[in-house]
Ligand binder design. Sequence first.
Ligand SMILES: [Zn+2]
Length: 371
Amino acid sequence: MAALRDAATRPEAMSHAWLITGPPGSGRSVAARAFAAALQCDQGGCGQCRDCLAVAARRHPDVLDSATQKVVIGIDDVREWVALAVRAPAQGKWRVIIVEDADRMLERTGNVLLKSLEEAGPRTVWILAAPSPRDVLVTIRSRCRSVALGIPPVQTVIDLLIKQAGATPEQARLAALAAQCHIGVARGLVQDPEAAATRQKVLALPGAASSVSRAVIAAGELGAMAKARAEAVIRQRETRERAQLLAGLGETARGRTSAFARARLKEFDEESAKRARRGQADSLDRALIDLLAFYRDVLVIQMAASVDLINADAAEMVVEQATKSTVRQTMSRLDAIEQARQRLAANVAAPLALEAMGVGLAVPGLIQANM
Ligand SMILES: [Zn+2]
């Protein structure tokens, strides 16, 4: 972050293409927006002024935040951004284009971007974000200045939860471990009863895996819960954003709308639907990562490895599972969960993928008999 701050305050040394990388939970999209705000702000990112607030709310006219809701970034999107990149900023100091999920770009699409990264307008800054440099096309990576963010240390997350989320030290420690230092998830575990309930569903699965039918039902419940949670979050955000959009268009929700406003609303609703689909997928994937973490803990006990358990709050369950299964079965279960994640990423219907996972957990070894 020091490099980013430095760059924002010394425009002459400004690099026009940045790549911010970090695993989920490292705050790479927050960092990208903070950097964009620092570029627009008179005080290098105070967090209070009109520019800073507008960037944070994703409605600064000179900052395009392209959080993609698609599995792959489309070539038309990139063409649009490239066209925008040559235009001078309308009111801010810089024209900033944030490309979140820059790893979701096919080579052909990436090629459209290359020239613009190299020869961006004099007041244009590209900020790309991705999980790791490896995930980004080499041609793109080599044209960007890289900033790597790490996962924050456990103690940092604990302190933050105590200070900002009002957690007790013990609550904070358990949540930080359970969330594997993903700050957003950890805060959810402390503050949001539904996040904690989803976690209970995850932890119920290993116990249910003693029978195929129970495991399949439990896996299905987990899917339904992840879906409902994602829907609730999205609905909340959508209602707010739709109202903002209407206000911005000078319309009220009930009044008659102009053709222009109707077109914008239709666009918004289509984007929302896409976002909802991705939100559900992300929420379910998060639950499966938690489940992986549980069996990772089981493996830790089985191999007598001297590392901390992620699920310190469910240590008893972990030990129980470890004693009544073999290393090989645990590996096979990890594999079943990983397969479900891959199937979901390939757009297999969630109930199908979860059912197969339930079977794989209950009858470990069935999926990969020759492991
Ligand atoms: Zn500011």
